[in-house]
Design a protein around this ligand. Structure first.
Ligand code: HEC
Length: 140
């Protein structure tokens, strides 16, 4: 009986923790190939892409804190990145444009992309850009 109940709870749709789990798995399997999760200044020389957290903050600012707009924008960008769409022009200048996610990970479905975008929205909800001095140090 207890198990049936649990299964029902699981099927009935889940509090944001569910996003967190699957979305994080997509991040670990795909995005983390290029993006560090957070700023890691001591490994700056190894960075091939900006920290995921900072990108989430830029996109959140560009979309006014609205989840649907954030998710739509992230999914659209990573499928077909362009300089015109980028929320952080400095990142494009420093690292070059992100390759379309389908080039790197063709197995990811649209659902996976929405999961990871929702995870980004939740995981970095409280994040902020670092003070200007530190940001200046990050530039090329
Ligand atoms: C092959 C390397 C690579 C992979 C894999 C990758 N990215 Fe990126 N990504 C980049 C680079 C480089 C940039 C910075 C330049 C730019 O904005 O295009 C970037 C920028 C971004 C941005 C900023 C967009 C904006 O509006 O400025 C987001 C959001 C993003 N990536 C999300 C993801 C997610 C989510 C994944 C995994 C599903 C992922 N990336 C996988 C290289 C990568």
């Amino acid at each position: 009986m207890k198990r049936v109940f649990l299964t029902l709870v699981l099927l009935a749709g889940l509090p944001s923790g569910a996003w967190a789990k699957d979305g994080q798995a997509v991040f670990n399997a795909a995005c983390a190939a290029c993006h560090f999760k957070q700023r890691t200044p001591e490994r700056r020389d190894e960075m091939v892409a900006p920290p995921m957290e900072m990108m989430a903050v830029h996109v959140r600012q560009a979309t006014g804190g609205d989840r649907a707009a954030f998710v739509a924008r992230v999914v659209d960008f990573i499928k077909a990145p362009s300089e015109a769409k980028a929320a952080d022009a400095m990142a494009v200048k420093r690292f070059g444009l992100m390759p379309p996610i389908g080039d790197s990970f063709p197995e990811l479905t649209d659902k996976d992309l929405r999961l990871v975008a929702n995870w980004l929205f939740d995981a970095f909800a409280q994040s902020q850009l670092p003070p200007m001095e530190q940001r200046r140090g990050m530039q090329p």
